[in-house]
Ligand binder design. Structure first.
Ligand SMILES: *Cc1c(COP(=O)(O)O)cnc(C)c1O
Length: 374
């Protein structure tokens, strides 16, 4: 390296100070509820273990993961707070989860029985969260089978029902009647659980409901996207984006007017111009559908990517500006300086910023953490 720090080829920078700020801010918005930081899918592409540690430092009292394997990885990394794992296929061995105090979700009698069988094998009670489907029609127990589920759970001696819970379908659309309808069904489910002799806690709020529906905070809130600084609702909040995606100029060149750029020769220079080659492409998370439709932040301003996004490279038009090989290129970041954001990529490609940041979990993209406390 000749004593010179090599510029990153493709790197996401994860700002844990921003993450802690977001968690503390969200927890303060729901002062009467516990806060579960949702770190599924490797922390929405930010790194589950590092995010989980920082979230706990900032006041999160629970962690949420999708699979049991994700929860066990958090335990293996030394995280001791309660963790809820909510979705695995039939035949999953829940015994390691019971052994390591992972809370488990059950949407059906079959799942409840599988968890109870694991508890038997381990010789320890399992803690479960019974999930009611209140209208999302995804996981969760349908209302017609709920009384059977709560009654059975109340009689199963080796499971302890911690909570009943549900997930919202349209919380990001403020004022949508669907959320009220789900809340009403959730109340019904709660009454049935009480009638079955249970005394469960309740949780239903994702990020959007945490921000817009204090009446749905209940005992525990489950923010995911918002802890990463991305706001799912058009309401001002003090959230700071946690991920920046950056690279560096690998090569510069001047081309004459009339020359075209990249596969398909889809862009042609009108004047002589300086090009900067950036060594990231769709294998690194830059959607190919952003070809000729994206900017990067380079040498103090936004500049357009011209021509097709390739597997490993994009080309930036710099006009007559002199940019240098090795200069930093920000693909997306907080937007504070004017750089593009994950939200901008999502809007242009017709998706949501969740998919953009989660899609940055790639073997060729390195991660760098800033604001680490240990
Ligand atoms: C992903 C998820 C969340 C978090 O949702 P956000 O919209 O990211 O806040 C909460 N609860 C469950 C069950 C989830 O699957």
């Amino acid at each position: 390296m000749n004593g010179v720090m090599a510029a990153p080829r493709a790197e996401v920078v994860i700002d844990l100070d921003n993450l802690r700020h977001n968690v503390a801010h969200l927890a303060a918005l729901a002062p009467n509820a516990d806060t579960m930081a949702v770190v599924k899918a490797d922390g929405y592409g930010h790194g589950a273990v590092e995010v989980a540690r920082a979230a706990v430092e900032a006041g999160a009292t629970w962690l949420g993961s999708c699979s049991l394997a994700e929860a066990l990885a958090l335990r293996a990394a030394g995280l001791t707070v309660p963790i809820l794992a909510w979705l695995d296929p039939p035949g999953t061995d829940y015994a390691p989860g019971v052994e390591q105090d992972v809370d488990l979700a059950a949407s059906s009698l079959t799942q409840l029985e599988e968890i109870a069988a694991a508890a038997d094998r381990v010789g320890k009670r399992a803690r479960v969260h019974l999930k009611i489907d209140t209208g999302l029609s995804r996981s969760g127990c349908p209302a017609g089978r709920w009384s059977e589920l709560v009654e059975r759970a109340a009689k199963t001696h080796n499971v302890e029902v911690h909570s009943i819970w549900s997930h919202l379908a349209v919380a990001d659309e403020i004022g949508h009647r669907g959320t009220d309808a789900q809340a009403e069904r959730f109340d019904d489910a709660y009454r049935e659980a009480l009638a079955a002799g249970l005394d469960p806690r309740r949780h239903i709020a994702n990020s959007a409901a945490l921000i817009t529906r204090p009446d749905l905070h209940l005992d525990l809130v489950r923010p995911g996207i918002a802890i990463y600084g991305l706001n799912p609702v058009p309401v001002p909040t003090d959230l700071r984006p946690v991920m920046t995606f950056r690279s560096a100029v690998a090569l510069t060149k001047r081309i004459p007017a009339g020359e075209s750029v990249s596969y398909g020769l889809s862009w042609t220079a009108r004047d002589d111009t300086n090009l900067a080659l950036v060594p990231v492409g769709y294998a690194d998370g830059v959607p190919r559908s952003l070809s000729n439709r994206m900017d990067v932040w380079l040498a103090g301003r936004r500049r357009p990517v011209v021509g097709r996004v390739c597997m490993d490279q994009v080309v930036v038009d710099c006009g007559d500006d002199a940019v240098a090989e090795g200069d930093e290129v920000v693909l997306f970041g907080s937007g504070d300086r004017g750089e593009p954001t994950a939200r901008e990529w999502a809007d242009t490609t017709g998706t949501i910023d969740y998919e953009i940041v989660t899609g940055m979990y790639r073997p060729r993209v390195t991660r760098k953490y800033v604001g680490t406390r240990r």
